[in-house]
Design a protein around this ligand. Structure first.
Ligand code: AMP
Length: 455
């Protein structure tokens, strides 16, 4: 199937060809015909699958015909959880709509000055991309006329739910015409998302693309055990000195850690900077522009800030701290291996992270092979081969409640076991270390620790 077969307006096809796309991605093949025929859809698709074009191309197709309703307000509204994602969606709208006469795109984001936004909203607009909180402010001040609204897109709806935006989203939807077409995109379509869809969508078509596992197949996942902060920093330094590393995102658990680590790396001579939610919009945009133009080699970020970043030269993602939720692991490592490229995802873990790691592996259905760098060997050897990976957690594991175990919304029971990674690292056995392997007590039936040595 080609883009021409999708019967999109020729001006849109021209812009797609300019962008270098030759064939639609699976989400585009499935979603675009449904959308052009007017259906609501709910689709499970993450960034990296081409989902932005999957909704933006039909949105632009709709804009190619004049509105039947008089007014100046938006005809398409896209809600996103973060400012970064909103800016990417706006850029995509401009890129794909560049040959269409009616495509005024504006973004209304938190952290930006109100006077400028008031001015933007007083002019005619076709596509409005917004984060929910700030949009609500403007709606309540009567600054937005939704009379012309024909399409509402909820991008990364699962994240908006997690971030507590869902009431805002429902209020915004209630301010738009009931005749609108509604699209919901989410990493997973679970019970909570179904509830949102039941309230906001009309007989939606469900679209499911590529499994979690297939999406990660072009990313080599590596694990390094760390003894302490100094060991972690030395390992990071080793990874960053890899010549194959063009650009990297290093994830930390907190905003403060992101700042501290970025400062440390900068003082060691790396072109490094931090990105997190405490920075104002101008600083965040400046940092992302620098990353995009190659002026930065290392971005040290927190989860929310880095979500949706789509930069082809990011060859490495480094989990300096493991994410709290398994799904964030998938979002993080998906920042590399973009648009068909391969990528490397390195995670640092201490012996206290074993349960956490298992949750991640169950979620992705993939085992993360442990690597040892000669000269930087960990003193601890906590890894238990597939402990609990296949079955129900032992009593000890159940009692040992990690934040992940407490908070994750996901049922991990359906993930399959793919022990060993795609590179065939099956590991080398080491004997147990009684001093450090407290976690081992919960898995006494496991055969032993397995590490893979880095070539
Ligand atoms: P998204 O999932 O929307 O974040 O898109 C991921 C990346 O894929 C972006 O860099 C897009 O420019 C690119 N992309 C989207 N659709 C296509 C396509 N049909 N062919 C090639 N690249 C695409």
């Amino acid at each position: 199937m080609s883009f021409e077969d999708l019967k999109l307006n020729p001006a849109i096809i021209k812009a797609i060809l300019d962008a270098g796309y030759t064939t639609p991605t699976p989400i585009q093949k499935q979603a675009i015909p449904e959308l052009l025929s007017g259906h609501d859809i709910m689709a499970s698709a993450q960034t990296g699958t081409g989902k932005t074009a999957a909704f933006m191309l039909p949105a632009l197709h709709l804009l190619a015909s004049p509105s039947k309703t008089q007014g100046r307000g938006p005809r398409v509204l896209v809600l996103t959880p973060t400012r970064e994602l909103a800016l990417q969606v706006s850029e995509a709208a401009k890129k794909y709509g560049k040959y269409l006469p009616r495509t005024k795109v504006i973004s209304i984001l938190g952290g930006m000055p109100y006077p400028l936004q008031n001015k933007l909203l007083s002019q005619p607009v076709d596509i409005l991309v917004a984060t929910p909180g700030r949009l609500i402010d403007h709606i309540q001040r009567g600054r937005i006329d939704f009379k012309r609204l024909e399409m509402l897109v909820l991008d990364e709806a699962d994240r908006m739910l997690d971030m507590g935006f869902i009431d805002d989203v429902e209020m915004i939807a209630a301010a738009t015409p009931a005749t609108r077409q509604t699209l919901l995109f989410s990493a997973t379509l679970d019970g909570a998302i179904d509830k949102v869809a039941a309230k906001l969508l009309k007989s939606p078509k469900r679209i499911q693309v590529a499994s979690q596992k297939a999406r990660l197949d072009n990313i080599e996942q590596r694990l390094h055990y760390v003894d302490d902060m100094s060991h972690k920093n030395r390992l990071l330094n080793h990874v960053l000195r890899d010549e194959a590393l063009k650009q990297a995102i290093v994830f930390t658990a907190t905003k403060r850690d992101a700042d501290t680590l970025a400062d440390n790396l900068y003082s060691q001579g790396y072109a490094a900077a931090a990105l997190h939610g405490d920075m104002n919009q101008r600083e965040r945009t400046r940092t992302l522009t620098k990353l995009r133009s190659g002026g930065l080699r290392v971005l040290v970020a927190t989860d929310v800030a880095a979500r949706g970043i789509d930069i082809a030269d990011i060859t490495h993602v480094i989990n300096f701290d493991l994410p709290k939720f398994a799904e964030d692991y998938v979002h993080r490592i998906g920042r590399t291996g973009r648009a068909g490229a391969t990528g490397v995802a390195v995670s640092f873990a201490s012996n206290r992270d074993s349960a956490h790691l298992m949750k991640i592996e169950r979620y992705t259905g993939q085992r993360i092979a442990s690597h040892i760098i000669p000269g930087l060997e960990p003193r601890i050897k906590p890894r238990v081969q597939d402990g609990g990976f296949r079955g129900t957690p032992s009593v000890t594991q159940k009692r040992k409640r990690s934040p992940l175990a407490n908070g994750s919304r996901h049922d991990f029971s359906t993930a399959s076991d793919t022990a060993g990674n795609k590179n065939g690292h099956r590991g080398r056995s080491f004997s147990h270390d009684n001093r450090t392997s407290s976690f081992r007590n919960g898995n006494s039936s496991s055969p032993g620790n397995h590490f893979a040595r880095t070539k």
